[in-house]
Design a protein around this ligand. Sequence first.
Ligand code: NAI
Ligand code: MG
Length: 497
Amino acid sequence: MQFADGVERLRAERPRLEFGAAWDYAPAPEATDHLRLDGRYGLYIGGRFVEPKSGRWFATINPATEEPLAEVAEAGEADVDAAVRAAESAQRRVWGRLPAAERGKYLFRIARLLQEKAREFAVLETMNGGKPITEARDVDVPLAVAHFFHHAGWADKLADAFAGRAPRPLGVCGQIIPWNFPLLMAAWKIAPALACGNTVVLKPAETTPLTALHLAKLFDEAGLPPGVVNIVPGAGETGASLVNHPRVAKIAFTGSTEVGKLIQRAVAGTGKRLTLELGGKAANIVFADAALDQAVEGIIRGIYFNQGHVCCAGSRLLVEESIAEDLIARLDWRIRSLRVGDPLDKNTDVGAINSRAQLEKIRELARAGVDDGAVMHQSDCALPGKGYFFPPTYFTGVAQSHRIAREEIFGPVLAVMTFRTPDEAIEKANNLPYGLSAGVWTDKGAKIFAMTRRLRAGVVWANTFNKFDPASPFGGYKESGFGREGGRHGLEAYLEL
Ligand code: NAI
Ligand code: MG
């Protein structure tokens, strides 16, 4: 079904809200003067910031302005080795021997300090990553804090959580994280590892190392013993050195399916434990009996939130045919009201794309959508002249064979398709190699349960989308990875039982 004509007609009938100069939003930029950036950041190894043995440094930028923020040390193989040895020694001599309740106290202290410095971390996350300050402030930082609090509470309850078994730490955990939630992914990985008595070598993503490095300063302030957490920025090569290090007991990775497969191959047969949280192509399924305006807000949150840089983003909209035109009209109007621009402005809904490379990938896939024959609709909002930006976009006339319906775009681009029966919705939702998340919108509770049982996805949201809680296990099926993070399930990945 092609909605192109329908959308053109609806746009004419329902023009974008124009407030006029007197009624437009005045800029509301978040202050940045409370944030102190260092000119250079060394590697954080053994409780100190050290010069890299590699001798290499790289510039990290603000993707909204393309201006450099700082120089960051790049860890080479010898640096990763030093970090792993520091972690190993800290695990054997200090952290692994501490009474569990003492480990918990450190984690509580870290959580409280992070809460106190919430503003600094939110601003830094926005400047280095490009996400709107409202999201860094209301989502990333509070959730990171919640992960430390949650796991602080588990530290002395592991024997109860796994009654009849003898939970023991694994040793040194190598953790490799992506750029879409740099602070949250660091918290998400470090907190359970430490709660379980392990020590950590963390590799942040090459475009977003700064909040992890500021977290290292916070660990110092919390008095965390040296070597318990080590932070080694760098790109894929640094990550590979960590994966291949013989003294690492476990690898936890979040990132692309492509790299996840490489890591799985590298780890096979070594006895290292592995959890992978990879890509997704979630179906957001809207039934005719759903509350449509509420569904529109959920769809918006599901794909335009964080510029679509979300592994569990609702990037495929499956809408029941009888309401498709109505829903798309509402969605189109709402998309055109989204404010795209300066991520530090508190009015901004959609911020900067994280990197030039990611922007190119989004552009390439959007072009593929058009070439494959789908119809592209974009917000006509003005984009800033500098920085990496992409307008909120959706496609109608999408076939399941189109690349935009099958591949992870990781940008603010939605593929809209229709269905007639629940069976058809399930069939379409499940027919990709991914299985991370899905959404169901309906007024009927029974329908929610019937659908969630049949959807092959690690997380299914009902009448909401992209809600997270540290107590709730998160993870995928099939090519979206394996293992769960969060809650009691997530602890298992960091314990010998
Ligand atoms: P990526 O998978 O290359 O990067 C993720 C992390 O893995 C980074 O820290 C990176 O330095 C590291 N890495 C890269 N190559 C490695 C290797 N051979 N061994 C060990 N570590 C390695 O993802 P990239 O290139 O930044 O983004 C490409 C696509 O991946 C995105 O467009 C998106 O579709 C997907 N992606 C999915 C994420 C998720 O949350 N599931 C997060 C980031 C990207
Ligand atoms: Mg890559």
